[in-house]
Design a protein around this ligand. Structure first.
Ligand SMILES: Cc1cc2nc3c(=O)[nH]c(=O)nc-3n(C[C@H](O)[C@H](O)[C@H](O)COP(=O)(O)O)c2cc1C
Length: 199
């Protein structure tokens, strides 16, 4: 069964977050196209994963070497074992909330999401066909979408095939018709879903 991993960093929660609204549209559309898809949501809004330290990184790598089923390895296993990754994250301070970065650090795990060849080349181990990054910004986003640029590099390192970005901009700028801006972004979702599904 196909698995879609939803990394939910829509920090204001599903009731308020405009980013979460776009993510819901994406998930509904994807489910309509691929009803058999299993959706795994990792809720990052409570920032429950501990910030990575050198000691924790060593512990994580030791757990990975031992093949442990520790929950600390779950982010990496989810990234490795998903066919599609949806990241929902508002545009915060030119990138995205720190809770997402913490999760991505836990997910970047030697032996689970990447490895080195005997020649020293780094090879991603995720089976994900694509990653879709959904964001909304109070001001302009596309001119300095640093969070997405980072995500593109991270996804390539993990072995994810393609990345796509959906952004609604200027939502906090006085005079913006927020509903119209969100509707415009939502209008891009059907085509995005087809591309993410490889159709
Ligand atoms: C902590 C924080 C940092 C933010 N940083 C930026 C920023 O750097 N640039 C910007 O245009 N908007 C910024 N915003 C505004 C949000 O990007 C905007 O309100 C966004 O739509 C929030 O998404 P949400 O409705 O999904 O929570 C920030 C908001 C917060 C709460």
């Amino acid at each position: 069964m196909e698995q879609l991993l939803f990394l939910d960093a829509c920090m204001r929660g599903p009731e308020v977050s405009r980013t979460a609204r776009l993510c819901r549209c994406f998930l509904e559309e994807y489910r309509a196209l691929r009803p058999e898809t299993r959706i795994v949501r990792r809720d990052l809004t409570g920032a429950e994963l501990p910030v990575m330290t050198a000691a924790r990184a060593e512990e994580r790598d030791a757990l990975a070497r031992a093949g442990s089923d520790s929950p600390l390895l779950a982010p990496a296993r989810e990234v490795a074992g998903s066919d599609l990754i949806l990241v929902g994250a508002p545009y915060w301070d030119l990138s995205f909330p720190a809770a997402l970065k913490v999760c991505l650090e836990w997910a970047s795990c030697l032996g689970i999401t990447f490895r080195y060849t005997e020649e020293g080349a780094q090879v991603g181990m995720s089976r994900a066909r694509a990653l879709v990054y959904v964001t909304t910004g109070g001001g302009p986003v596309r001119a300095q979408n640093l969070g997405y640029q980072y995500i593109q590099g991270w996804a390539a390192m993990m072995g994810v095939g393609e990345t796509f970005c959906l952004a609604a901009e200027n939502l906090d700028v006085w005079g913006t018709d927020v509903e119209a801006a969100l509707a415009r972004a939502a209008g891009e979702i059907p085509a995005l879903v087809r591309r993410a599904a490889g159709r």
